[in-house]
Structure formats: structure tokens, C-alpha cells
Design a protein. Structure first.
Length: 168
């Protein structure tokens, strides 16, 4: 079992390592297919850590990445985790970690997928999800990953960009 599963800080580059800045928000349909693949691999690494650390292997099936609702919920949890544990300390968020854990527990029922009840894995996977053959096949062949860019709130996103960079 990888040591990264028990060290969430290992999921992020060290402060001395220049890294591509993550997007402010992840909108799966608004990403280029290559970005979707990269981000889904990143999310899969974190979800594997989450399943092991919080003993959620019976709550989050191994095929979670095939279910858009599970992907969206896990994305929200991941980005919240990043802001809570890896981002700068925000004033007034003294209990940010406890709030994140409460949010995790509130979302656990939404992560169980009844349609997959017969294929739940009895324990967490031993291989990192990024090396999983099924995940790789999914990344290579899924119409969801290869779909053209579409942002469900494109007009609002454009307005926010314009507000952040007003004309001179």
C-alpha cells in the first residue's frame, strides 16, 4: 500500500516545486479532454486516500468515476479539502477542518451507489487508481471525458471574468 495514502500532504507539490496553478473551480464539462483526464487522475489519487483514511471503501464503490453525481460530489469534497488543508489559513475558519469532516459525513449517503451494490470491493484497492486498468480504459474511451467543452453557466462565468478584468 502506498505511503501517499496515509500522507495527504504528499498529494501536493512542495512549496519549492513550481506547479501549474489549479483552476479556481472545476467544471468538468468546461475542461479540455486532456485536462479532464489529468484532473480525474488527480481526483482518483485523492479518492483512494479518502477511501482508506476514512474507511469508506463500503461507501464509495471502486467504480465511482463512472458516475457523474459521485464525481461531482467527490470533486466538491476534494476542492474543499484542498482549500481547508493545503490553502492559506482563512480568517474566521478556525474550525475549517472540523467543518470539512462534517461535510464529508453529510455527503457519505450520496456517495453510496445502489446500482453498484453487487460490485463493491470488500476492501480498498491495493494499487493506486492511476494504474488501474479499468480507470485507464475509462479515461481512454469514455465519451464523458472526450466530450467537447461545454460550460453550463458560460454567460455568468464570462461576466465574472469581465468583472475581474474590467476594460481600462
Amino acid at each position: 500500500m502506498s505511503d501517499d495514502l496515509f500522507n495527504p500532504a504528499a498529494l501536493w507539490p512542495s512549496p519549492t516545486t513550481p506547479a501549474k496553478a489549479p483552476p479556481r473551480r472545476w467544471v468538468w464539462t468546461a475542461m479540455e479532454p486532456a485536462d479532464r483526464r489529468e484532473r480525474l487522475r488527480e481526483l482518483a489519487t485523492w479518492v483512494d486516500w479518502l477511501r482508506v483514511t476514512f474507511e469508506l471503501h463500503n461507501n464509495i464503490p471502486g467504480c465511482w468515476y463512472r458516475h457523474p453525481s459521485a464525481v461531482e460530489h467527490l470533486t466538491a469534497l476534494y476542492l474543499g479539502w484542498v482549500r481547508t488543508y493545503a490553502g492559506p489559513q482563512e480568517p474566521g475558519r478556525g474550525l475549517g477542518e472540523a467543518e470539512w469532516i462534517n461535510t464529508l459525513h453529510a455527503l457519505i449517503p450520496r456517495l453510496s451507489l445502489p446500482a453498484c451494490a453487487t460490485s463493491h470491493e470488500p476492501s480498498p484497492p491495493r494499487a493506486a487508481p492511476t494504474t488501474s486498468t479499468d480507470l485507464q480504459v475509462f479515461l481512454d474511451t469514455s465519451p464523458t471525458i472526450a466530450a467537447p467543452i461545454f460550460h453550463p453557466a458560460e454567460a455568468e462565468a464570462r461576466r465574472l471574468v469581465d468583472e475581474a478584468d474590467p476594460p481600462l
